[in-house]
Design a protein around this ligand. Structure first.
Ligand code: SF4
Length: 331
């Protein structure tokens, strides 16, 4: 059992890259963070910021070329998962760490019924479980994610279910295995608004009732506001800012976070006033020499183009990677 207050997961100086004919693209660069029981940690950023590669790295899915781990550690239950072999990782995936993917059908096999997939998955992760006990848990788990007619869902093949139903079945399968950590990669992006709200409520309910720590990867600030307790902002493979959700969203310190929040569409704003972040994300084959956001940053000065900013405390539990963002009081 985890000791109260101790991190369930500790990531330190993680570097993950992809070999290309032109060199190695370092998609996740020197990333460190913890997550504790009861927390919902959102990792946000534009496409290409490194957030999904971070999530896949945590369950060691970047194992075949061109992907490779370049350094760092991922400590889960006292063991560095980067040092575990594939057989051990199969036990971790779906057992200790549950994962929900953006594509609701990605975690389901089209050739088997929901009952077969739920029961087999549970029995694979718990050898003490017999078929009838596994079916009981599967049924309760489907009820927990809001299916009143569990017999019909259990007898269905994935193609007989809508995308939203598949996502709820995937969530039921993950929760039935009682993970110590849940990672959800854009779990609501492909779903309509009503189903989105239902999935977010389910995640929040499980987190509140059992303390299940959740890492949610999203580009949607609305999802962050609805569910997260803490936020990491990624850009160019680096974490740029970290803080409790209310403080970070109401008073962002990093110019990139500020620009992200300013670019949330406002349906009531007059036509032509929508803002966006000018320029393009950096080429990670040859990132900018100093701050990775400098070519797009309105506040950039000479030092920003020359030196990578350090990751440092801004006080009050806030961390930021910017030469100019730390309030004078904590410098
Ligand atoms: Fe902008 Fe400079 Fe801060 Fe980078 S370090 S975000 S360029 S002000």
């Amino acid at each position: 059992m985890d000791e109260a207050g101790q991190p369930v997961l500790k990531v330190r100086n993680l570097r993950t890259g992809f070999a290309t004919p032109a060199g190695t693209v370092v998609a996740v660069d020197d990333v460190s963070f913890d997550i504790r029981r009861g927390e919902i940690l959102a990792i946000i950023g534009e496409s290409g910021s490194g957030k999904t590669v971070t999530a896949l790295s945590l369950i060691k899915l970047i194992t075949t070329p061109p992907g490779k781990y370049l350094g760092g550690s991922i400590e889960l239950a006292g063991a560095d998962t980067l040092k575990l072999d594939e057989a051990a990782m199969e036990g971790v995936r779906g057992g200790t760490i549950g994962m929900i993917f953006q594509n609701p059908r990605a975690s389901l096999d089209p050739s088997f019924t929901v009952e077969f997939q739920l029961v087999e998955t549970m029995m694979r992760h718990d050898s003490a479980l017999d078929r009838s006990a596994a079916l009981d848990i599967a049924t309760r788990s489907l009820q927990e994610v809001g299916f009143p007619d569990t017999a019909r869902v259990l007898a269905s093949y994935p193609h007989q279910l809508s995308g939203g139903m598949c996502q709820r079945v995937g969530l039921a399968m993950v929760l039935a295995c009682s993970p110590k950590l849940l990672i959800a990669d854009e779990p609501t992006t492909a779903l309509d608004v009503g189903v989105q709200a239902k999935i977010l409520l389910l995640l929040k309910k499980r987190n509140r009732e059992s303390g299940l720590p959740i890492i949610i990867i999203t580009h949607d600030i609305g999802v962050v506001r609805a569910i997260a307790t803490r936020v990491l902002v990624m850009y160019g493979g680096h974490i740029q800012e970290e803080g409790e959700v209310d403080e970070l969203l109401s008073a962002p310190l990093h110019p990139y976070t500020q620009a992200l929040i300013r670019s949330i569409p406002d349906p009531d704003a007059p036509a032509g006033t929508m803002t966006f972040i000018r320029g393009e994300p950096p080429n990670l084959l040859a990132p900018p020499r100093g701050c990775r956001f400098a070519p797009r940053c309105e506040r950039a000065t000479a030092i920003c183009h020359a030196q990578v900013p350090e990751w440092r405390s801004a006080g009050g539990g806030r961390m930021v990677r910017c030469h100019l963002a730390v309030p004078e009081a904590v410098q």
